[in-house]
Write a protein that binds this ligand. Structure first.
Ligand code: ADP
Ligand code: MG
Length: 279
């Protein structure tokens, strides 16, 4: 087992009261597995990812639970202790590459900074690896000299993914990495992510509000609703029998999954899963 999240709760500590954004979430992830996390906007997906990567900043606070990665509980570790894990073993692709990339530094300089910060100092090694990861995501290495604003939205996202792969991590956490792209670019990026995962063997936790996008690529799916796990199971099982996998809110007329699946049905035009619940 690569990752075990157990009873994880996160609060936003506010003046008037604490808001629980992630509520008692538990799941496991095996090596090489692709877990999709879906749920409506505001249900706590980003907060959960930040908690897993130990990137939360005040007013957010882990209130309970553990995040065991490769045998170590990351909750409570110092930044110094975490720096041996971050980037090397676990990397994060943020929701907006535009915010995550430094606008005044070339792509190559940012790759170099990341590698230097984590112990890789040989100029040759850094140059070779930077070109290599950029090629992996289908970008010409000449763009190592480009600045973020000189790349298209899709290229920026792929550059972020390349950066996340600098150290061949075991786990890549992705927070809606395709959400700023048009539908065609989204699909091609998803296919590329999946191919990279197959060839390099890393596990993925992939967050999106678009179930139709992730369901073609994920081994397992977690549906979040109001900070909690509403559904968790094999992607196929969740599609064929919504809400039979986890004993979620089956007493409500239309649960979170149904709502998302319906909106997915409306927007999906290509590649429905084999057992898509129409037809
Ligand atoms: P998602 O990524 O699923 O859209 P988030 O994790 O961003 O959801 O947010 C989950 C909940 O936490 C939301 O209800 C949001 O209002 C709340 N929240 C997020 N960031 C903050 C913050 N900085 N301060 C207070 N509440 C926050
Ligand atoms: Mg989010």
């Amino acid at each position: 087992m690569l990752l075990e999240v157990s009873g994880l709760s996160v609060d936003y500590v506010l003046d008037r009261a604490d808001v629980r954004a992630v509520d008692n979430v538990s799941f496991t992830l095996d090596r090489g597995e692709f877990l999709g996390i879906v749920g409506e906007s505001g249900c706590g997906k980003s907060t959960l990812l930040f908690a897993i990567a130990q990137l939360l900043a005040p007013p957010a606070r882990i209130a309970a639970g553990s995040v065991t990665f490769k045998g170590d509980n990351l909750v409570g570790l110092t930044d110094r202790q975490l720096s041996s894990v971050r980037w090397r073993d676990m990397s994060v692709v943020m929701q907006s590459a535009m915010n995550a990339l430094n606008p005044v530094k070339s792509i190559g300089a940012q790759f170099r900074d990341a590698m230097r910060a984590h112990g890789k100092t040989s100029r040759d090694e850094i140059a070779t690896r930077s070109a290599e990861v950029l090629r992996m995501v289908g970008i010409d290495q000449a763009h190592l000299r480009s600045y973020p604003h000189q790349l298209s939205g899709g290229m920026r996202q792929r550059a972020m993914i390349a950066m996340a792969l600098l150290f061949t991590p075991d786990l890549v956490i992705m927070d809606e990495p395709t959400s700023a792209l048009d539908v065609v670019a989204q699909r091609s990026l998803m296919v590329q992510i999946k191919e990279l995962q197959r060839s390099l063997g890393f596990a993925i936790v992939f967050v999106t509000h678009d179930m139709s996008l992730v369901s073609h690529f994920s081994d397992r799916l977690m549906v979040m609703y109001a900070g909690q796990v509403d559904e968790l199971g094999a992607t196929r099982a969740i599609f064929s029998a919504p809400n039979s996998t986890s004993g979620g809110s089956s007493d409500t007329d239309m649960n979170a999954l149904t709502v998302i699946a319906w909106s997915a049905l409306v927007v999906t035009t290509t590649m429905p899963p084999a057992n898509w619940p129409v037809a």
